[in-house]
Design a protein around this ligand. Structure first.
Ligand SMILES: [Zn+2]
Length: 120
């Protein structure tokens, strides 16, 4: 099991190794932008990282029913956890998760890494 990164690692240009400095040449600004985007994504998650991770694990579990093009499984999970269904569903929609399989596909792709669901 991996522990979710806290996002506190600070990377500033001065500390970069030479290799990194080379590859960051011209891409430095892009990297900064990515870092900002990353932070924005992380703070947008409307539940604890543990809850999101469990949600993704739950949807991705063995023997899960096939997606019927609704968020049935997702909403069932949120209700069971006492989470804010409306808020989470709005957030899922914003990020391309319109049904259970899209949550696995799009949300896991975008956010899974922040909550310790790193794929091989
Ligand atoms: Zn689906």
């Amino acid at each position: 099991m991996r522990i979710a990164r806290s996002g506190t690692e600070m990377q500033n240009g001065g500390m970069a190794s030479e290799d990194e400095a080379h590859s960051m040449n011209k891409k430095g600004r892009k990297k900064e932008w990515c870092e900002q985007e990353r932070q924005k994504l992380i703070v947008s998650i409307p539940m604890s990282h543990q809850d999101l991770r469990n949600l993704l694990d739950y949807l991705d579990r063995e023997g899960a029913p096939q997606c019927n093009h609704t968020l049935k499984e997702t909403i069932g999970f949120l209700k069971k956890r006492g989470l804010d269904v409306d808020r989470v569903v709005a957030w899922l929609h914003e990020n391309g998760g319109y049904c259970d399989c899209e949550v696995i596909y799009n949300i896991d792709e975008k956010f899974g890494k922040f909550v310790g669901r790193e794929k091989a």
